[in-house]
Design a protein around this ligand. Sequence first.
Ligand code: F0G
Length: 371
Amino acid sequence: MAHEMAHQWQGIIAEYRDRLPAHVSERIVTLGEGGTPLVEAPALSARTGAQVFVKVEGMNPTGSFKDRGMTTAISAAAGRGAQAVVCASTGNTSASAAAYAVRAGMTCAVLVPDGKIAMGKLSQAIAHGARLLQVDGNFDDCLVAARKLAEAYPVELVNSVNPDRIEGQKTGAFEIVDALGDAPDIHALPVGNAGNITAYWKGFREYAGQGAAGHAGEGLPAVATRTPQMWGFQAAGAAPIVAGHPITEPETVATAIRIGNPASWALAEAARDESGGVIEAVSDEQILAAHRVLSSEVGVFVEPASAAGVAGILARAERGLVPADARIVVTVTGHGLKDPQWALRTLDGTEVQPTRVTADVVSIADALGLD
Ligand code: F0G
């Protein structure tokens, strides 16, 4: 029996085709990415005096925002007839590349820092059949190696230095404007390799009719009347942009953003400066506290790196730096199930043990404190 899909989100290439370069539409490889919820967060509004929303990117097909850029990068590679792709990754890019490579019938190689990627992400890359190599080094070493490999061998690089990745990821900004009717006052997000802050800034600018000459979508009507301030947050142990120099041994519980020499460093600074925004550092304690607020008060479970943007707005609110009633969107970048161990530990490090009971209603009621 033939079924018609009455109404289903088609993935970001089909949804935003007019505003993306034509070459990504020649052979679309999609898992239905994008169309993620923008959720109002009263608990964060109460704490900041602003009106706060979270853009829940963990709802993408592989559980992170990477899918937006991977559909465009892998589609473009497929259109050129590529057989194999490679990426360096702290985990999410590898999970996404592996899944989209399956759909494109390509081989996928991923280079990850040994022992420093969350189990959920590792299992995704393996489940999708990627050739996973654990490199004796950090993410920055992996990226240098992946770039050299792509220069010397017949494999395409799908890290965010690939411009097709940025094109896809800019659609997150489009969706925020589409949902709110205009750009927010402030857009906050974590910064690692700095591709996403670059992509969002590009998207906000293009939607406000301010894109660079020759961008896809030029000549289409502006959708937004303005652009937001971009507020980026790095983990304190991995904050090269804040420090003003590369960090040779980055360290943070937020392994996704454990990066000491971001590839899009200059573009992140441009996004900050052109938008009148900031790039600041948040401590691991602030990240884990924000992670807890998101799960226990907002109802959104994220991985630690994804909480950096929330940690950042809470820290700025404490210093009186969040304008009253500002409309703020915080992009929370990846799903909590990627790296669930942080839910099972209290902030002082003790393990959370579930209470054991017998399958008897009286002891269950007793354990729950019901009279
Ligand atoms: N949040 C999550 C969950 C991430 O996985 C990343 C980056 C970021 C934020 C930072 O985004 O690099 O564009 O500034 N993860 C990359 C990876 C490095 O390999 O998965 P960025």
